[in-house]
Write a protein that binds this ligand. Structure first.
Ligand code: BEZ
Length: 386
């Protein structure tokens, strides 16, 4: 080998080694979501939405590939601390994405705070997460429980209803959503006669439906989601109540569930930060892309997963994938304006979406928008000090 040829080979080898050394390992993303139980389909849709956005960016955010870790939280608060520690301590993830159930998410938020792990909440509405537990490393791509409850209260009052009963699962999401409903409904001149509940994830509604039939309120406000929502809406119709006492609900009652609920859900009015038929280029492109990738219709949970990835991307792009620039990363995540299929939104100082709440009507397989019930609704973030 001539001297110049040897020098060239050495230079090429060195360049290769340097390029290899500069290539950073993938960002570790830990999904803690329900993959079994009444919320299983919600968890799957969140994961699909998140991965869809990453796929649309060519598989990288801020120049870094992602490596996924998964834990099935079973929507079980008693296992939540152990489960989240599998991702934080065993897998040493860089960012946690989870979860659906408010009780589980509260434990995740405490662990994320304690360990200073980045947490993006892609569903669970527990008010405390962007209230007393708020922290720079925690943001939400979804809603606070107060938000859809409050918007549903506005709708029920605007419809002229005066006497309401509420029905839900007896845990943070149910109780806080009902509280938001009562706040707006009573401000609008209505009165809540009685709050009814069953333990989560119980679906034995018969005794409570009999009580509703006996009291004959003007309207029933309900919070249920996933498999439990399917059963509740079917039971409500089977009891004949859909003909006598209208339901006004938070949108989870009919989101991702309409095919299974069939006729029993038709015409139900709900409040939520997304509607299937929002006729914008952004929503149309998202729904088309989701349908192509997964052979299924997107729902609100897919949107929230997609937007969780968008928020992470905003941070990673700002620091060019350099996780050591932690303050710049979290600041960029919190300051981003998210170009969401639901419409553009920003995050409040507490890290919760400030967003339009739509009035929707269940029509066929879709939740169709009937307009905006409350524009740019911000959670009051009671108790957040940062
Ligand atoms: C929650 O537990 O926060 C929740 C679960 C399902 C849908 C909406 C909220």
């Amino acid at each position: 080998m001539s001297f110049t040829f040897k020098a060239l080979v050495a230079a090429l080898c060195l360049a290769g080694v340097t390029a290899h050394a500069q290539q950073k390992p993938p960002i570790k993303v830990g999904f803690m979501l329900p993959y079994t139980g009444t919320y299983a389909s919600l968890g799957q849709m969140i994961e699909s939405g998140f991965k869809l956005y990453v796929q649309e960016q060519g598989g990288k955010l801020g120049g870094r590939e992602l490596q996924y870790f998964k834990v099935d939280d079973e929507s079980e608060p008693s296992k939540a601390t152990d489960n989240v520690n599998k991702l934080i301590k065993r897998d040493q993830v860089d960012v946690l994405v989870g979860t659906v159930h408010s009780g589980v998410a509260l434990a995740m938020a405490r662990a994320a705070k304690e360990n200073n792990t980045l947490l993006i909440v892609p569903n669970a509405g527990a008010d405390a997460i962007t209230g007393p537990l708020c922290a720079p490393n925690i943001v939400r791509s979804s809603f606070s429980n107060w938000q859809p409850g409050y918007a549903a209260g506005v709708i029920a009052a605007q419809k002229g209803h005066k006497r309401a009963m509420t029905i839900t699962w007896n845990y943070a999401a149910g109780a806080e959503t009902v509280k938001g409903f009562a706040e707006a409904f009573e401000k609008g001149g209505g009165k809540v006669l009685k709050d009814l509940s069953v333990p989560f994830p119980n679906v034995e509604f018969q005794a409570l439906l009999t009580e509703i039939a006996a009291q004959k309120p003007d309207v029933v406000f309900a919070f249920f989601a996933g498999g439990g929502a399917v059963k509740f809406v079917k039971d409500y119709a089977a009891a004949g109540l859909n003909k006598t006492v209208p339901l006004v609900a938070s949108g989870f009652l009919t989101d991702g569930t309409l095919e299974a609920q069939g006729d029993s859900a038709q015409g139900i009015l709900t409040a939520l930060h997304y509607a299937d038929n929002l006729d914008t280029p952004r929503n149309n492109a998202f729904r088309k892309s989701f349908a192509l990738s997964y052979k299924a219709n997107a729902d609100v949970y897919a949107v929230q997963g997609y937007d969780a990835a968008q928020i992470l991307a905003a941070g990673l792009v700002a620091v060019k994938g350099d996780l050591t620039q932690r303050d710049a990363l979290t600041t960029a995540m919190r300051k981003t304006s998210v170009d969401s299929p639901r419409g553009k939104f920003t995050l409040s100082a507490a890290g919760n979406p400030v967003q339009d709440m739509y009035i929707r009507e269940a029509k066929g397989k879709y939740n169709e928008s009937r307009g905006v019930a409350v524009k740019a609704l911000a959670d009051p973030a009671r108790g957040c000090k940062m």
